[in-house]
Design a protein around this ligand. Structure first.
Ligand code: MN
Length: 286
């Protein structure tokens, strides 16, 4: 099933390229998408029936007002998790390996959907795109072994881990508002043949700059879930950004980014410099 969130907290299934409203199949909730993820075993059937019944009355995605497919409580992220990216980062910032850094949190408030722009807050700092596969947790995970990890995965989505380069902490550099675009669809795990073997491509404007496969992850999805769930209880709807391959690069005002992950979807966003962009405030500056 390919799920979207749109309008005023509506949940839709994408069928034949159209968005079909299935909100009525989900118990009333302030966060219907999370309710659906939490109760997927009971709700998958009613949602599928509702989608089939409404298939003739679907809305084109461009007219539906798509939002981020979900509002996660947590976004965990893997640093330096592709070997070829690790190699390029040595040039840029020195040795980086996931075995050393393991993981970090991005602020959930940085999440935006496919209709939103990435807004750059400073005009004198470098900002980069990072195309990544996002994993959405479906079942609470605490101390989960890698061998059982996929039982806790609900689905997948394209994710951009937008980044300010520099020596500040990762969570600080990657948590600006709009710095985690996700979507447009949240694709349930059964739709994906093998999450450990998906082509990932990213274009800045018309230039193909990232071209990789999730089979090149240093820590694969089960390993990430094992390590992160040993520290943090992962809840339904939490997102793991699995890391970016080689080919990162800067963005500037007016750039378009397009991230395509096989079987999962294509995320497109524009990059704008904020109207109120300032110089980066140096430590101690008044
Ligand atoms: Mn990243």
């Amino acid at each position: 099933v390919r799920l979207v969130r749109y309008g005023d907290e509506q949940v839709g299934c994408v069928l034949g390229g159209l968005v079909v409203d299935v909100t009525a199949a989900i118990p009333a909730s302030a966060n219907p998408m999370r309710t659906l993820i939490e109760s997927w075993e009971e709700l998958a059937g009613p949602v599928a029936e509702r989608a089939a019944a409404g298939a003739a009355a679907g809305t084109p995605p461009a007219e539906a007002g798509l939002l981020a497919p979900l509002r996660p409580e947590k976004v965990l992220a893997a640093p330096a998790n592709y070997r070829d990216h690790t190699a390029e980062m040595v040039e840029l910032v020195g040795t980086q390996v996931i075995e050393r850094f393991k993981g970090f949190l991005k602020s959930p408030s940085s999440v935006v959907g496919p209709g939103s722009d990435v807004v750059l807050p400073f005009h004198d700092r470098r900002f980069d795109y990072e195309g990544e596969l996002g994993v959405v947790i479906g079942r609470r995970a605490r101390g989960v072994a890698a061998s059982a990890a996929f039982e806790h995965v609900f689905g997948y989505l394209p994710l951009l881990d937008m980044t300010m380069r520099g020596e500040e902490d990762r969570s600080f550099r990657k948590s600006f508002d709009t710095f985690t675009p996700i979507g447009p669809e949240l694709v349930t795990a059964d739709e994906v043949t093998d999450a450990g073997d998906l082509e990932l491509k990213l274009w800045r404007n018309d230039e193909l700059l990232q071209d990789a496969n999730t089979s090149d992850l240093v820590w694969d999805i089960p390993k990430l879930i094992e390590v992160y769930s040993s520290v943090i209880t992962l809840e339904p709807g939490d997102v793991i950004a699995t890391g970016t391959p080689a080919g990162i690069g800067p963005v500037t005002d007016g750039d378009r980014l397009r991230l395509t992950i096989a079987e999962v979807g294509t995320l497109e966003v524009s990059v704008l410099e904020s109207d109120s962009a300032t110089s980066f405030p140096e430590p101690g500056a008044e």
